[in-house]
Design a protein around this ligand. Structure first.
Ligand SMILES: [Zn+2]
Length: 273
């Protein structure tokens, strides 16, 4: 069996027994890979631990059986602690990003750009002001969709190609806004459909002009820029709902991200401040 080495970030662990488990990584060179970790849970194990939210270098024996191989060694390059103010929120958003990638990445499809973007996102989740977390996560969600080929079209009608920017300016007065075509999103078409192009019986996802404006801003923002956008937890929940419904059509993301459900429960039971 060949010995292989790559940078990797842990996405998910499945424990099979007291001492063994499978770890699923997003690796820089090989994309998503599931590796068998025999004896890794044992206290006697001398190699580095498989820490979450960490930049790891994994060495493994590649195999063509059920799992992609066996972990031989782990080195930890950098581990993020998420211990600044708002730790639970940081953990929830970091976990949600891992969950999203676990469900969206194909097996062994390397994506160096997304790998680097994911790591940059995790570093910001560790260091940014906790009020930036919802906007950072939404920017990450949108970029991940784009880099994996689900780029939602938020500028043009996906049927008639009309540019829809002018109709949806945030500074429109209410009466004027009412005269404007009522755009909705289509998961099937992967973006906006203007009112005249909508057909009865097709399924659409309604979107408010304010949400559309924010999604457009997030779609073109770098992570640093996204961190400055004023998006609170409730606004992020609305945007997240829209994106999850868009994505349901084309990926394995069957239900809501569990890590964020946890965040919602937490917010309802006591204030996150
Ligand atoms: Zn149209």
């Amino acid at each position: 069996m060949a010995l292989t080495k790559t940078d990797a970030i842990l996405l998910k662990k499945f424990n099979w027994s007291e001492s063994s488990r499978t770890a699923v990584f997003f690796s820089r060179n090989y994309g998503k890979i599931a590796l068998f970790d025999k004896g890794g849970r044992s206290f006697k194990s001398k190699r580095g631990r498989i820490l979450p939210f960490s930049s790891l270098v994994i060495t493994y024996y590649a195999s063509n059986k059920e799992s992609r191989g066996y972990i031989s060694d782990i080195d930890i390059t950098r581990s993020l602690s998420f211990d600044k103010e708002g730790t639970l929120g940081r953990l929830a958003y970091g976990s949600a990003a891992c969950e999203l990638l676990h469900s969206m990445l194909g097996e062994e499809e390397p994506n160096g750009n997304l790998y680097q973007y994911f790591w940059d996102f995790l570093v910001l989740v560790d260091t940014a002001d906790k009020r930036s977390l919802p906007a950072l996560f939404m920017a990450f969600f949108l970029r991940t969709m784009s880099l994996l080929g689900y780029h939602p079209n938020l500028e043009f009608c996906t049927v008639c190609s009309r540019k829809l920017a002018a109709e949806l300016q945030p500074d429109q007065d209410e009466n004027h806004a009412l005269e404007q075509p009522d755009c909705q999103l289509s998961a099937q078409r992967g973006g906006l459909v203007c009112s005249p192009c909508q057909s009865v019986g097709d399924h659409y996802i309604p979107i408010q002009p304010e949400s559309l404006r924010l999604l457009r801003a997030l779609q073109s923002a770098s992570l640093k820029e996204a961190a400055t956008l004023p998006i609170g937890y409730s606004q992020a929940a609305i945007l997240l709902d829209v994106l999850e419904r868009l994505l349901k059509h084309s990926s394995d993301l069957g239900s809501r991200l569990k890590s964020l459900e946890f965040l919602e429960k937490l917010k309802n039971s006591n204030s996150m401040g």
